[in-house]
Ligand binder design. Sequence first.
Ligand code: G6P
Length: 361
Amino acid sequence: EVSEKGEYEHFMLKEIHEQPGLIRNLTQYYFAGEGKESLEKVAAYNPERIYLSACGTAAYAGLVIRDFLEGINRIPSTVELASEFRYKNPILKKGDVGIFVSQSGETADTLAAQSICKKAGVKTMSIVNVDGSTLYRDCDDNLLIRAGVEIGVASTKAFTQQALTGRLMSAAMAGDLKDEGKKVKLTGKFALLAERIDKLLLKSDEIKSVAESIYNKKGFFYTGRGAYFPIALEGALKLKEIAYVHAEGYAAGELKHGPIALIDEEMVNIALVGPELFEKTVSNVHEIKARKGIIVGIGPRGNEELMGLSDFYIPLDFDGLEELSPLYVNVVNQLLAYYMAKFKGTDIDKPRNLAKSVTVE
Ligand code: G6P
């Protein structure tokens, strides 16, 4: 086990560092490699509605994918937790598509959700890591996320690859596979994301020092708007899973409808402030600051206003990333959770009470 981790202290850290390489390989696999055929099949989809269903981190990746499908393809899409979907008597129509997102392809609730769709005559597709898993075998079509084996119970690289595979699916459905120029452009965007993550990883020590200053605080609110809201949810989940502290992900504009009552000098706000809805999100940070909350700003490099508001600031370079920028921000959250857990001394790769794959209901 020690040798497999190589230079890294934990599998989670190793898996975080694998992300740039995996991102670069994904476009190659789908545009020029073995994945071509499966993506071409998806290009023929023309659904009226898309139902995404998954559990845990995979469900949050589903939210990112939903934003691509609605934003780029303008197809009405919903994401439902599989444990809810399976018992809600969902409204399914032929011509709809069910998409199931999973690392293992063995999660019991996700399999049940797929089976309901299949019985209703809805086409089912997986976005999955494990080739030949039950989900893979049960679905009509599959897109592999090509994350390699993920050992850390807290999912990192699988989330990124799930979301990006969703982006490729969205491109295929938009007809981009027939357009060399569009494929080149998207490949460039993926490469830019990989490059920005590489640079961020070189600055891990800055994130580590923020983690050291805040890991003992009472509670953590991750806030974001739009495309960063799913990232807030995923960031909070990561922290809960491995650092055993209370954390919540919130849509920044919703904070004033309740949770702001909890803000005091022992509460930390991890404010995810990308270029999208920037001013609106900054105004929410002001509200928290006014109640003496500790602000960890994650935002554009050189932004004086946000830097001034923040007790700690993690500058990012968003230029050119566009719709992929949430996945860049997410890596900051992965590292923050990792280092906070390390300072707490928890069992990072095998957190208490959790299993990598939940095969029972
Ligand atoms: C478990 C794992 C999570 C994972 C979830 C869904 O709870 O601890 O990390 O996100 O299951 O797993 P799946 O294999 O379907 O992605």
